[in-house]
Design a protein around this ligand. Structure first.
Ligand code: NAP
Length: 253
């Protein structure tokens, strides 16, 4: 990459944090800008120039890409941040800009696990049996799909508070997931949880609850990932760096 190159890193994940560091080391001659949705107030310091907030759809993103003379977009957003990923794919296709998407491998069940798969949060919510005590690891925007169920107990965990209060008697934990399956098992046990509901986020940082559910033989309701448009993808940080290097070598800059 050259001094005229400018990489846009769509951030919001742990991998994006590590990528920011490694991209700036590997492509030290290029500009790098990281972008956050701005949902979480306590943003990590990536040590690279950062912008925050939506771009304004495909049109806004396209204008940003042109104005900032972006030469490569790296989409390292969460696997469920599908709107951002779709917008990036559309804008890059229209402007003929290279795009690399970091796509963590999905979690998969083991033979003794009891997993049910759902396309939507609504479907998972409907399938919870009356009287269920559900651990809802679903995010502040999605919790609304469960709060109409006045015949279940919900233990909701998310980083930022939801826009609406939870039903009376439910519990809310404002925290990141523990990475200890022992801690997660204690949490599930202490709340008498009967069902675990989770997005299939993949990666190691939110996996402990899956292991804890396995130990406690609890059914897990898994929300499958949204479909995304075709893109050049890499499964991990090293893969993204290799693809970025390949693009650089190809353009001969
Ligand atoms: P989304 O539906 O893909 O994004 C909604 C809008 O937020 C986008 O259209 C875009 O606004 C803006 N946006 C998202 N990521 C951005 C980024 N990196 N830089 C600038 N703008 C960004 O995603 P979401 O509503 O944030 O989250 C959807 C799901 O992903 C939830 O389950 C959430 O828990 C999970 N998640 C998201 C993030 C994240 O950083 N976004 C992190 C962890 C988990 P414009 O259209 O105006 O450009």
């Amino acid at each position: 990459m050259t001094k005229t190159d400018h990489i846009l890193l769509l951030a919001g994940t742990f991998e994006a944090r590590r990528l920011a560091k490694q991209l700036s080391a590997r492509f030290s001659g290029s500009r790098l800008t990281a972008s956050f949705a701005g949902v979480v107030k306590d943003l990590p310091d990536l040590d690279v120039p950062t912008r925050t907030g939506g771009f304004g759809g495909v049109a806004g993103l396209s204008s940003f890409l042109c104005a900032e003379r972006i030469t490569l977009v790296i989409d390292a957003t969460h696997p469920f941040a599908a709107q951002m990923s779709r917008n990036a794919a559309d804008a890059c296709a229209a402007l003929q800009l290279p795009l690399i998407r970091l796509e963590r491998p999905v979690w998969t069940s083991l033979p003794d696990d009891t997993w049910r798969h759902f396309d939507t949060m609504q479907a998972a919510s409907r399938a919870l049996p009356r009287g269920a005590r559900a651990f809802l690891a679903v995010g502040r925007k999605e919790i609304r799909h469960f709060t109409s169920r006045d015949d279940i107990f919900g233990l909701a965990r998310m980083i930022e508070a939801p826009p609406q209060p939870l039903p009376a008697g439910w519990d809310l934990l404002l925290q990141r997931p523990s990475q200890s399956a022992f801690e997660e098992a204690d949490l599930l046990r202490n709340h008498g949880i009967t069902h675990v509901v989770t997005k299939n986020s993949g990666g190691g940082r939110a996996y402990a609850k899956i292991e804890a559910a396995r130990w406690l033989k609890l059914p897990v309701f898994v929300i499958d990932r949204p479909q995304l448009p075709e893109a050049e993808t890499a499964a991990d940080i090293e893969g993204v760096l290799e693809k970025a290097q390949f693009l650089t070598d190809q353009t001969g800059s």
